[in-house]
Design a protein around this ligand. Structure first.
Ligand code: AMP
Ligand code: ZN
Length: 461
């Protein structure tokens, strides 16, 4: 498998640390609101990656976190100079921070299932790793990478030579390009908080004791702690949206590598944005749709999954309802065809099509071309039974729940109506035959007449 590594900025041959076993981490949601479908695009990328790795025979240990503390809004010049997202939402909704977290964690997990993503080994929550985060700061302090200001404990980025390797920015051009830094106590514009003290004039709902004072962990820290604890000091693949590359992931690398002295991540995989009118779709910008919006307009989460497959993960995808409609039409057509094919579990799986399918995946997850192979298979002249078994095998990767649409069992009452209609037809009693056809339709099935006078009943989608 070959994959684009944001660290080397090129497509590389994927070589796992252990031969058959891959450790994957994806930065998950901040659970202060319902997820917008841009978030789902990124989570879908981690699912595509995990499913490909499995298709290629690897065992995958996958961890996704849920940020339930410490994620601050950005303000003009400062990426984390604003209010705490969860505390702010708590005030707006008149619910406690805990209730907010519980509510949006629940909706996230339900929707995660609806998108048909593979379950991770664990969903890790930042608040369940507070001690680990404190220990990580202590290690960094011992090694001389931290300093204290009036509002927290900071990481001194000038002490990490490779700072900027991932983002492509050197310390010099970061300094030159830096806007006026709102925090004059920071030694370098890129330094970031490892621990933030609770404000003296306001009681925070989420705060903990630490050797440096009462407060809460900086947002970047949680991912490093959870990765080290659950997967080890060095992992194979780290996934996230492209917005996280410049700061969040750069900071994850800095604090992890300075604490362990080991390489943190071998392959960084970043997904491009889902855009609206050419700009990023985002919870904080308010220009977003949620999965509920999508469902309310009559589309299924799997229609959205199909839509995500129509563009390469490194290219932007502009969201429109028209594109959503096209995705739904295509998926409906696949369901219809799958349900019309004769199912024989022993039928041969086409090596030729499977090979092509994997070749497209292997080349930096070229999923639009993977879909093209699916359609090529559908249009090919290989026997229906083989087509069906091949497409079902492909669905281990596609995750479109095709299995649910095969050999759809037709209820007896529907079959009886269809048979009776067949009899009327044979005897030329067209009006009665038509009434029965409509009844079958109303029950959600269609009758296809076959030239020899016989018929086939199919489920409508
Ligand atoms: P957040 O909940 O904002 O912390 O984001 C969770 C994940 O979704 C991160 O990996 C983000 O990079 C990603 N993300 C946020 N907005 C978008 C978008 N419009 N398109 C793709 N990914 C996004
Ligand atoms: Zn992260």
């Amino acid at each position: 498998m070959r994959i684009f590594n944001s660290l080397s900025k090129q497509i590389e041959e994927f070589k796992p640390i252990e031969p058959d076993f891959v450790k994957v981490y994806c930065c998950g949601p901040t659970v202060y609101k319902d997820q917008q479908i841009g978030n789902w695009r990124t989570f879908c990328l981690s699912d595509f990656l995990n499913r490909s790795l499995k298709l290629f025979g690897y065992k995958v240990d996958f961890i996704m976190n849920m940020t339930d503390v410490g994620h601050l809004f950005e303000t003009g010049a400062d990426p984390e100079g604003g209010e705490d997202k969860i505390e702010k939402q708590s005030t707006e909704e008149g619910r406690s921070a805990r209730e907010i977290v519980e509510m949006y964690t629940k909706s996230f997990l339900e929707e995660y299932k609806e998108m048909n993503f593979l379950e991770p080994k664990k969903f890790t929550k930042a608040t369940e790793y507070i001690d680990d985060q404190i220990n990580l700061i202590a290690t960094l302090e011992e090694r001389g990478f931290t300093y204290e200001t009036s509002d927290g404990v900071y990481f001194d980025t000038s002490k990490f030579e490779q700072y900027g390797e991932l983002s492509g920015l050197t310390m010099e051009n970061i300094k030159e390009g830096a806007r006026i830094d709102p925090n004059p106590e920071k030694r370098n514009p890129t330094d970031f908080a490892l621990w933030k003290f609770s404000p003296s004039d306001k009681k925070r709902q989420q705060e903990w004791q630490s050797p440096w004072g009462v407060g809460f962990p900086g947002w970047h820290l949680e991912c490093s702690s959870m990765i080290m604890k659950e997967l080890g000091n060095t992992i194979d693949i780290h996934v996230g949206g492209e917005d996280l590359k410049m700061i969040h992931h750069q900071n994850e690398i800095a604090q992890s590598e300075c604490a362990t002295g080991q390489k943190f991540v071998n392959y960084w995989v970043h997904g491009a944005f889902l855009t609206v009118d050419g700009g990023k779709m985002s919870k904080s910008l308010g220009n977003f749709y949620t999965l509920s919006d999508v469902k309310q307009r009559g589309f299924s989460p799997l229609d959205l999954r199909y839509l995500f497959m129509t563009s390469h993960y490194r290219g932007p995808l502009n969201f429109t309802w028209e594109a959503m409609q096209n995705a739904q039409n295509s998926l409906k057509r696949i369901y219809e065809l799958v349900s019309s094919y004769v199912y024989d579990p022993k039928a041969e799986i086409s090596d030729k099509f499977m090979k092509k399918f994997k070749e497209k995946l292997e080349e930096d997850l070229n999923i639009p071309e993977v879909l093209a192979v699916v359609w090529e298979l559908i249009k090919s002249s290989i026997p229906e039974e083989s087509k069906l078994n091949t497409i079902l095998k492909m669905d281990d990767f596609l995750g479109l729940k095709l299995q649910e649409h095969i050999g759809v069992e037709i209820p007896k009452n529907v079959l009886d109506l269809a048979k009776m209609r067949g009899e009327y037809r044979k005897n030329g009693i067209w009006d009665k035959a038509d009434v029965l056809r409509r009844q079958v339709n109303d029950l959600g099935y269609v009758i296809d007449d076959i030239p020899n006078g016989d018929f086939k009943v199919k489920k409508k989608f």
